[in-house]
Design a protein around this ligand. Structure first.
Ligand SMILES: Cc1cc2nc3c(=O)[nH]c(=O)nc-3n(C[C@H](O)[C@H](O)[C@H](O)COP(=O)(O)OP(=O)(O)OC[C@H]3O[C@@H](n4cnc5c(N)ncnc54)[C@H](O)[C@@H]3O)c2cc1C
Length: 523
């Protein structure tokens, strides 16, 4: 069955598909959005069931989600079942691909940490010689960041650090606890900045496409959303070389349909976008499609205790609150052992402590945990990983998903750069905690496998040279001029920053460019 030709076809309804839909429909352009997953009923679906009623008592059903460390039985249904849409990797190269398939994509579930990239990232190659620069800089993207921050209501303090650019914030004027003040003072002596974290307040605790972006598009009367529609191929008119629509499969009936479109926007999330472009056999004139896969390392850090807060004495004045150490390595000086840098999530908790921080067993452990309760202090790394060409994905035609689509083989591994970076972070934050008068209980140099941060990027990177990049600075395919990619596959480097603000700012900029080009009749 064929549907009538649409102006803009958007594939994916997460943060970036939602942003494209909002911007384009508000400019009067009709959009049709296909998403592979179902519509979710947020109010109904987020009701927590008592753990005693769950068959696996909070643990996952075995086998469904071996790589989603973030999953528990409470959240198991939000993630993609790895048996239904499998992927694989070579022995010894574990990759944790964390995916969501429902209208809104990952946007209802993200942690909402919201950062701008700085020119240390946009002009990374100029700074240290590795990889490629972005074809844009902070000045170019700043006006879009400001508008995105207003939509998402990003809370933050103004720190005036070039590596941590300020934005359009709901100002965070909350006081620091005494423990945090001591940690900040220790950092100042060591040249390590400790700042307020930045995150999207959104509305009602949610900052998703389904509450902040898609409703605005729906209100224009110009958006048609078709859930349960798995795009299996983007089609190209051979006579023009332009995309002319897509073939999609109904998730339930497996019935195949075609849709014709003047413009196609691919916003399926980095690796699904890459898979779809590869299956469609388009957009790879550069030879870099699928390569330079990157993300951030997570997991390494320390656990400490604030002595004054032990034995039931914790108050919010003494301890508590969060902080962020933005990148401070390899800015004006060169740190031996690794390129780029890391940020650190810092947390002082008034709650119970983790049994894994102590060497005791039995009653001695119980006693220790009672004593230390309310005094916990942790640091966690967010470290930039390097997008080597060798870190890549390939189509695996031997293994298909439940709808007959070839799956991905992911071949990526971390190097000494990440190992040395994690060591530097653990040793530095342990020294800061000790200087602040805390007891360091555990140092964890081990970080999680690639993919775990859920910030996969780089496999359809942006470069103004068609030999080096899949899209240009407007997120427009070099090869297929009426095809735009809006997700983080276009990032030339990862930075230490969580990527979603940058993705949304780019999607906004690309959509405005596209609207202009459509008006002029160029696209
Ligand atoms: C638990 C968690 C915490 C996070 N914390 C943060 C954070 O603090 N800060 C931050 O910046 N980022 C964070 N992220 C990452 C953030 O959620 C993502 O960067 C962002 O939401 C990705 O948006 P997207 O538009 O690229 O794609 P997605 O949200 O992945 O949406 C893609 C959509 O495309 C659809 N799709 C895929 N394939 C097809 C197909 N073939 N046909 C049709 N539709 C298709 C999917 O169903 C999905 O709905 C977090 C993510 C998670 C899950």
């Amino acid at each position: 069955m064929a549907l009538k030709k649409v102006d803009v076809l958007i594939i994916g309804s997460g943060h970036t598909g939602g942003m494209a839909a909002k911007i384009l429909t508000e400019k009067g352009i009709a959009c049709t959005m296909l998403d592979a997953g179902p519509m979710i009923n947020w109010e109904r679906d987020r009701t927590l069931k008592p753990v005693s009623t769950l068959p696996y008592r909070g643990f996952d059903a075995p086998g469904r989600l071996p790589h989603v460390f973030q999953s528990s039985e409470f959240s198991a249904n939000q993630w993609i079942d790895e048996k239904v849409i499998p992927y694989n990797y070579p022995a010894g190269q574990q990759y944790n691909w964390v995916r969501v398939r429902s209208v809104g994509g990952r946007s209802p579930y993200w942690g909402r940490q919201s950062f701008r990239l700085s020119d240390y990232e946009f002009k990374c190659k100029d700074h240290d010689g590795f990889g490629e620069n972005w074809p844009i800089d902070l000045k170019t993207l700043a006006p879009y960041y400001s508008r995105v921050e207003a939509i998402f209501r990003v809370e933050g303090a103004y720190d005036k650090l070039p590596q941590y650019p300020d934005g359009n914030f709901v100002e965070d004027k909350s006081p620091w606890s005494q423990a945090m003040q001591r940690f900040i003072a220790a950092g100042t002596k060591m040249g390590v900045p400790v700042t307020k974290p930045r995150s999207s307040l959104g509305t009602g605790g949610m900052a998703a496409s389904i509450n902040l972006l898609i409703p605005d598009a729906v209100a224009t009367g110009k958006l048609t959303t078709i859930p349960n529609s798995i795009v299996r191929q983007i089609t190209v008119d051979k006579s023009t070389g332009k995309a002319d629509g897509a073939i999609f499969i109904d998730r339930h009936s497996h019935r195949e349909m075609t849709i014709k479109a003047r413009v196609v926007i691919v916003a399926a999330g980095t690796l699904e976008t890459t898979r779809l472009l590869m299956i469609s056999d388009i957009c790879n004139g550069s030879g870099v499609l699928g390569h330079h896969l990157t993300d951030q390392i997570y997991g390494a850090g320390i656990a400490a205790s604030v002595p004054e807060a032990r034995n039931g004495k914790a108050t919010r004045t003494i301890t508590g609150g969060g902080a962020l150490i933005p990148r401070f390595r390899n800015l004006d000086t060169k740190t031996p052992g690794f390129l780029r840098g890391y940020a650190v999530n810092v947390s002082a908790s008034n709650g119970p402590v983790d049994a894994r921080w102590f060497a005791e067993y039995g009653p001695a452990l119980d006693k220790k945990m009672d004593e230390y309760s309310g005094s916990g202090f942790t640091t966690n790394i967010m470290g930039e990983t390097l997008g080597h060409y060798e870190n890549h994905v390939e189509l695996n035609k031997q293994v298909v998903d439940a709808w007959g689509m070839p799956t991905l083989t992911i071949k990526t591994k971390y190097t000494d750069n990440e190992v040395n970076m994690a060591k530097d972070m653990v040793d530095t934050t342990a020294a800061m905690a000790e200087a602040a008068g805390f007891e360091v209980l555990a140092k964890n140099y081990q970080f999680n496998p690639p993919g775990y941060s859920i910030h996969e990027q780089g496999t359809a990177r942006m470069n103004d040279d068609p030999k080096k990049g899949v899209v240009n600075q407007w997120n427009q395919s070099h090869d297929v001029k009426n095809l735009f990619v809006t997700d983080a596959s276009v990032f030339p480097c990862a930075g230490w920053q969580n990527p979603t603000m940058t993705m949304c700012a780019l999607a906004m900029r690309a959509s405005e460019y596209l609207a202009d080009q459509m008006k002029k009749g160029v696209v």
